[in-house]
Design a protein around this ligand. Structure first.
Ligand SMILES: Cc1ncc(COP(=O)(O)O)c(C=O)c1O
Length: 341
């Protein structure tokens, strides 16, 4: 799409085609030298591993225009590392971290007319994806893979923006089971979440809070974001047990809460029942796309708990201001998280 035709001040989280993508191919046991190509389709065998058995992984990151006009990435090496952790779980080849970072920077530079301006609050979403394009018949890893990195200009993930969202706790659907692939960012974790998301949206909720698959009691995560709650004044988030995506925003928020707000943090099992107690005063979710999104209420069947009259809580707001301030170079980046493109 012609960047001149994009209304950067009213973007949602929808696909928009940009100019170029990065492509590298894995054949005969090694990666080709990656290169930039015009964005567009490619041929794929109907026997491709990704089409038949879902052998595919992806990442999600953002390039932002900082307050001073710099183009910046947030902790991109963490995405490179997680991409490789996902690859290992899916028996796919890993990709050199330095090359990943260079490729991401190249894609951003080449598509820089699509980066929403600082004052719009938008970002250039970066989507690295790796698929098994080699043919297979039995359920086994393919011999050939394709890595693509493309970009899309985006606004807020939830149309509510920084306004609080209403969530439904599901005791019907689960997302990931112990020993499965919940910690990996693999395509096959996401397709099964579309039906529950559609059903909950039809009831007026923004997303589902998934509980653990064994006991249907402890919170795992929120669709495509990690979950946090302030309980007895401490910032609590579900511990990583292999069923939850280890969010980079999650890790950053824990650090900011400890170091900048002096809060005690806990990574532990959080029963959904705790959300209905007075001791739980705020809740929010985090992610590259969701940033920090306040949770206004949670509902399980007929029982509803509203937090803070449906307004963002005090700690949620503080964490949002600190995180986005660091990301946009409005405040000092004392942790060394922001990387210039
Ligand atoms: C299932 C899931 N949980 C959590 C997150 C948040 O992770 P991050 O903060 O690294 O974007 C994501 C991705 O954005 C996700 O897909």
């Amino acid at each position: 799409m012609d960047p001149g035709k994009i209304d950067f001040y009213n973007l949602g989280f929808n696909f928009i085609e940009t100019k170029e993508m990065y492509v590298a191919d894995y054949k005969n046991g090694s990666w080709s030298k990656g290169k930039m190509e015009p964005f567009g389709p490619f041929e794929i065998s109907p026997g491709a591993g990704v089409l038949n058995y879902g052998q595919g992984i992806f990442e999600g990151m953002k390039a932002l225009e900082a307050k001073n006009g710099d183009l910046v990435l947030f902790r991109p090496v963490e995405n490179a590392k997680r991409f490789n952790e996902s690859a290992k779980r899916m028996l796919m080849p890993t990709y050199d971290e330095d090359e990943f970072l260079n490729a991401v920077k190249n894609v951003v530079k080449t598509n820089k007319e699509y980066i929403p301006p600082y004052d719009s609050g938008g970002a250039l979403y970066i989507r690295p994806v790796m698929v098994a394009n080699g043919p297979v018949l039995g359920v086994a890893p393919a011999d050939e893979y394709k890595l693509i990195i493309f970009t899309v200009p985006v606004g807020p993930y939830f149309p509510e923006g920084f306004n609080a969202i209403d969530l439904e706790i599901s005791r019907e659907y689960t997302r990931a089971a112990p020993g499965g692939s919940g910690f990996a960012k693999t395509c096959c974790n996401y397709a099964p979440t579309m039906k529950p998301a559609k059903e909950t949206k039809a009831k007026g909720y923004a997303q589902i809070i998934y509980l653990d698959a064994s006991e249907l009691e402890y919170i795992d995560e929120v669709g495509t974001a990690n979950f946090f709650a302030v309980i007895e004044g401490k910032l609590a988030t579900p511990q990583l047990k292999g069923t939850i995506l280890p969010g980079i925003t999650r890790k950053s928020v824990l650090k900011i809460a400890e170091e900048k707000l002096g809060m005690e943090t806990e990574e532990r099992d959080i029963s959904y029942k705790e959300l209905f107690n007075k001791s739980c005063s705020e809740a929010f979710c985090t992610g590259t796309a969701a940033v920090i999104t306040p949770i206004g209420s949670v509902t399980l069947n007929e029982e509803k708990r509203v937090f803070n009259d449906g307004e963002p809580g005090e700690i949620t707001v503080k964490l949002y201001d600190l995180l986005t301030g660091i990301q946009r170079k409005e405040i000092e980046d004392e942790f060394g998280w922001v990387v210039d493109v």
